[in-house]
Design a protein around this ligand. Structure first.
Ligand code: PNS
Length: 172
């Protein structure tokens, strides 16, 4: 069985991420979406919300494929997440040439740490090449509509998170 880990912050998962996941499921039997717990960053969606958003979003946008997707939080090294799940491949998406340099560095470093693991890149569809989690967060925080950019249930979660942030901001 060919297993791959698709690591990322996914704050939030976007339609671009889902597009990469769909392509990866065309090649691998199982894809583990490994959601990074980064203690140095305060995410818009906490780790439980990100995991839940990915599960519901994948179910909505990729029905019929979702049973081959595992979503789990991880802290630490991506290569350790691979070893824990018997994955020999890391999946990453490339939107543009500008992504390539950092991705190449990570792929080489991960290969250095774990020579048995290879990184496989999928090109994100052109229509999502402008999309990033950070832009989606900004749009939602300023009251914009993210519904074309993320799965429906993720848009709902983001609106709730933005409302909670603005209440907290008013209290501060
Ligand atoms: O979605 P992102 O934020 O671009 O994902 C970055 C991620 C999570 C893939 C990267 O930061 C990562 O792999 N972090 C885990 C720590 C690690 O393995 N570092 C060495 C990578 S070379």
């Amino acid at each position: 069985m060919r297993v791959a880990v698709y690591p990322g912050s996914f704050d939030p998962i976007t339609m671009g991420h889902v597009d990469v996941l769909r392509r990866a499921l065309g090649v691998f039997d199982r894809v583990v979406v490994a959601v990074l717990v980064n203690p140095k960053k305060v995410p818009m969606l906490d780790i439980d919300a990100r995991v839940a958003a990915i599960r519901s979003g994948v179910g909505e946008v990729l029905p019929g494929l979702a049973e081959r997707v595992d979503v789990r939080p991880f802290a630490g090294l991506t290569v350790d997440a691979c070893r824990q799940t018997d994955a020999r491949f890391i999946v990453r998406g490339l939107r543009a040439v500008s992504d390539f340099e950092a991705e190449l560095q990570m792929a080489h470093m991960n290969h250095r740490l774990a020579p048995e693991i290879d990184t496989v890149f999928f090109m994100t569809a052109l229509e999502y090449s402008y999309l990033s989690s950070s832009l989606v967060r900004e749009i939602v925080r300023f009251g914009g509509d993210p519904s074309a950019m993320v799965p429906p249930s993720v848009a709902e979660r983001l609106s709730a998170a933005a409302a909670a942030e603005s209440v907290a901001g008013r209290v501060r």
